[in-house]
Design a protein around this ligand. Sequence first.
Ligand code: GDP
Ligand code: MG
Length: 166
Amino acid sequence: KSGFVSIIGRPNVGKSTLMNQVIGQKIAIMSDKPQTTRNKIHGVYTTDQSQIVFLDTPGIHRPNSKLGDYMMKVAHGTLSEVDAILFLVDVAEGIGGGDRYIIEQLKSIKTPVILILNKIDQVHPEQLLPIITTYKNLYDFAEIVPVSALLGNNVTTMLEQIVRYL
Ligand code: GDP
Ligand code: MG
């Protein structure tokens, strides 16, 4: 199985850290050069059975200019074409306006959205359930996967979940 996945989330939630953890030493392609005007490849995760191409999707933020509006349209196009969207949030920070804005944008897109609750090493395990409930009330996520991108906790499970949507 192979396919494309967009990684979205506000700054500092851990998108780059997660990519480093996933791709690690198994770098197949790693390029910061824009592939098109709208995507850049973060990395490609390859096993014998599967290949996941991770795309960085700029423009998922509150537009504050004409350029912002344009970027938003472009991002919307990308998100409609990929097999799954990985929406990263920071559980230590809590849900913010930036997260809510992204969730609003996702409501007009049919692509399955996998919610990644990152930085679980920063919260007590019993804090996780109320956080999950909060997000479940905001959007019908295809999957919800808690991880620590930094420590690598549950990242293998996350990859298994992604492959199901390719
Ligand atoms: P990005 O802007 O979404 O790409 O976020 P980065 O990957 O640059 O991460 C932002 C900060 O959060 C960095 O200082 C990371 O080390 C930290 N970080 C990322 N993931 C985790 C995590 O799982 N646990 C903890 N404790 N820190 C993390
Ligand atoms: Mg980054």
